[in-house]
Design a protein around this ligand. Structure first.
Ligand code: SAH
Length: 363
């Protein structure tokens, strides 16, 4: 269904119902001459993915007031791919203004984990990543971040218990909306996902990491490191020219000292670029030197991800032997290394690829 220009203009002017915290909804009720308890009726239903018009316990007058004051839009399932291998579900979600983002639900024994997008596109420019090819179109609102979780849950009819912010976009480049989303998703009255079940991944936006540690949210921080030195990292990740490896790891050390939350590192292996034994030795030396001292020793975990080949980048994925050798070097230096299990390999499950495919078909 196409949105009219009027509807889109409206969506910009009116507040989004899904972005409100319970106390804000209560305040609005009072200002609209409604009893406070209405907020307690509405909020849990919103978090089940229902629109105010579907809430049968509200009455026509209140539904009309809500329509006049707010926009409500749940991401619409434009496409859905289900992996025949492992049940991973990939969604292409349509937003109110016609833009699309991707979310992926992975099924683990401990529950369903959703990987959500934080922006439409991305401006970080990592050379191996499909999400950044067309640049950043716009930030997602808190309601759209939450909406991905609600829409997937509603569509699957199953609870989602873990969230990773590793889809399209850089979460720390959409800081305020992401923080509000984290608070929203944690609300007891709503879908109530604990902070310890949420991971946020960043390419290394150091001022964002510094701000994040002040929030005192016990989420898990993941750092997309991908290289053991500035030369290698700057060649594949432009953000490294603003904050180099040293500044990034200093921020990680302080983050751990402040929050006590361990940080996990992601390392995408690209054949011939960053996957040699020498690279692994350098990485081990770097992490041990920067993050481990006699007084404070941070548990370090590196997640190795053989790069998903994106046509435009021309990068090739590392062979199995190179991956195992890399992991072996890290382990021998006391650094836990795991190789990411590939889920949804038959449905192009890595971020940005489905949105690009859909855009190519349209143009
Ligand atoms: N902007 C954030 C989160 C989104 S990307 C970040 O950079 O962390 C999520 C993870 O997937 C990052 O570690 C990113 O570097 C990695 N990634 C992106 N493109 C990839 C590809 N083609 N193959 C493997 N990993 C990729």
């Amino acid at each position: 269904m196409e949105n009219t220009v009027e509807e889109i203009a409206c969506a910009v002017e009116k507040k989004e119902l899904l972005s409100l915290m319970p106390h804000e909804l209560e305040e609005w009720m009072l200002s609209a001459g409604e009893p406070k308890y209405r907020a307690k009726q509405i909020f849990p239903q919103l978090h089940r993915g229902l629109s105010p018009d579907e809430m049968t316990n509200l009455g026509k007058k209140l539904q009309q007031k809500l329509r006049d004051a707010f926009v409500w839009h749940l991401p619409v399932v434009e496409r859905k791919l289900v992996s025949a291998i492992d049940g991973t579900v990939k969604y292409l979600f349509g937003l109110a203004d016609g833009n699309c983002v991707e979310s992926v639900v992975m099924k683990y024994r401990h529950g369903n984990t959703i990987c959500i997008s934080s922006q439409v596109g991305c401006r970080m420019g990592c050379k191996f990543c499909a999400s950044t090819i067309g640049g950043r179109v716009r930030n997602l609102t808190p309601g759209e971040l939450l909406g991905q979780v609600l829409a997937a849950q509603k569509d699957m009819g199953e609870r989602i218990s873990n969230i990773v912010m590793m889809g399209i976009g850089e979460p720390l480049d959409n800081y305020d909306n992401v923080i509000r989303f984290l608070h929203l998703v944690n609300c007891e009255e709503g879908i109530c996902i604990g902070y310890r079940h949420i991971s946020l991944s960043t390419c290394g936006v150091v001022d964002g990491i510094e701000k994040l540690m002040e929030e005192e949210l016990p989420i898990t921080l993941s750092i997309s490191l991908h290289a053991p030195d500035d030369e290698t990292r700057s060649a594949i990740m432009p953000i490294n020219k603003k904050w180099g490896v040293d500044a990034l790891l200093d921020a990680c050390r302080v983050y751990y000292a402040r929050t006590g939350r361990r940080i996990s590192f992601e390392y995408t292996l690209i054949a011939g670029k960053n996957d040699s034994v020498a690279n692994a030795q350098k990485l081990a030396r770097l992490l041990n030197a920067k993050l481990r001292s006699r007084t404070e020793s941070m548990p370090i975990h590196v997640n190795l991800i053989p790069v998903n080949e994106v046509e435009e980048s021309g990068f090739r994925t590392s062979g199995r032997d190179a991956v195992m050798a890399f992991a072996g070097v890290l382990e021998s230096k006391g650094i836990r290394a795991t190789v990411r299990r590939t889920l949804g390999s038959d449905i192009n499950a890595s971020c940005g690829q489905l949105r690009r495919a859909a855009m190519d078909e349209e143009s």
